[in-house]
Design a protein around this ligand. Sequence first.
Ligand SMILES: Cc1cc2nc3c(=O)[nH]c(=O)nc-3n(C[C@H](O)[C@H](O)[C@H](O)COP(=O)(O)OP(=O)(O)OC[C@H]3O[C@@H](n4cnc5c(N)ncnc54)[C@H](O)[C@@H]3O)c2cc1C
Length: 455
Amino acid sequence: MTTSVSAVTRRELVAIVGDDHVLTDRDLTAGYEVDWTGRFRGSTPLVVRPGSTAEVAAVVQLCARRSVALVLQGGNTGLVGGSVPLAGEVVLSTRRLSGVVDVDADAGRLTAGSGTTIAAVQTAARDAGWAYGVDWAARGSATLGGSVATNAGGLRVVRYGSTRAQVLGVEAVLGSGAVLDDLGRLDKDATGFDLSGLLCGSEGTLGVITAARLRLVPHQPDRAVTVVGLRSLEAAVAAVGQLRRVLPGLEAAEAYRAAESELVARHLDVAPILRPAPPITLVVECAGSGGQADLLASAVDSLDDVIDAVIADDGPRRASLWRHREALTEAIATLGPHHKLDVSLPVGALGQFAEEVVMRVKVAAPQSATWIFGHLGDGNLHVNVTGVAPDDDAVDDAVLSLVLDHRGSISAEHGVGAAKRAWVARQRGPTAMGAMRAIKGALDPHGVLNPNVLL
Ligand SMILES: Cc1cc2nc3c(=O)[nH]c(=O)nc-3n(C[C@H](O)[C@H](O)[C@H](O)COP(=O)(O)OP(=O)(O)OC[C@H]3O[C@@H](n4cnc5c(N)ncnc54)[C@H](O)[C@@H]3O)c2cc1C
């Protein structure tokens, strides 16, 4: 694979997508070269922006013929360096493949182009009287294709599962240049391999997802949110276990520590929700057809060791409680490029891990600061480390080796990208690695797609 693009190839790309959609001007390509965190920065000879599945197929076929490596990019909100041209690749942007194609209101199914934002998917679902089960703070920029490629999780996994659970089928251009049309798959369909499921979480290494057909979930009109102060992460884990047992409508259970409470409050220029900030703040939302505030209040009453709690059921107050949790990633980003380690652990190990990881990071990088928050209902913690150079991997090694010691996963929902490639084999082992490489070889025989991601 090469990273240089000849004038001939550039002209051929222009012939496929049009002059306006082959960007070479540095002012136009710069935004595609750096990731959201600022940690991963590369350079590209050009950005190509196909506007249809046929154009994507023609671009991939051309790049395979000319041995030109591609990096696929949707909203570029990914947090593991998978969407930027770190080795000088051509960027294939999917943002023009946007738009909701079809909503089947009777069946609760929605089909959209891969460049559609998650916010637009959510709006279209709501307009049809349904909801989309996946949600997270980057909803306004993250695309459907990127979310399928990373098997994105977010705030509602505890109730609806991650993106893979919502995907019925995808359309994709494989690395071979062939178009896989798997959009028509039915709920009950036992005919052969689940290729759409395989593309979900493949991080752009097997195919360019051009469209996806999604399962929608019932719209829940009544919602209540509580913010609860607790003494330790262990207490918060026990509280979430108790709440899951008694609240069938539990949709989210998020946690952060006092340090993050204070950081985000400073960033938003407001006071922490609970004062003084408790050791652990737990944000819980439940939703259903009615009576959620009463159900939530009595569930919180049944918890042990609660320091303080507030509850809200009207829209603006719920939003103001969520604002602190949702602005956390942004607040940490104001401290400069940082290392984001998105990991999951057996729930019983979360408390011990959260204590040990702070010490391990301090040993690896004494000048650093560690910020931890997470989707507690899913055993998923985001360990963010600031004050270390972008290319200093000692901190990543300290955190990820501790995760494996606790039999956790080095990537809960952000994927492997370029950031964690060295760690995949340690978690998955030789048989799984061999199988993944064989699949990559079969679907992307020329190694054109995201050659520096995941494998
Ligand atoms: C503030 C903030 C909060 C976040 N919170 C969460 C969270 O709670 N949960 C969570 O899971 N993630 C979260 N993320 C991460 C990010 O939003 C997700 O990973 C998202 O799925 C990326 O979508 P994207 O369109 O931006 O993809 P990109 O960043 O453009 O790409 C991500 C990966 O997918 C590949 N890719 C992109 N489009 C395609 C396609 N059409 N076909 C094949 N491969 C493709 C890319 O090559 C890359 O490897 C957050 C990010 C931010 C900035």
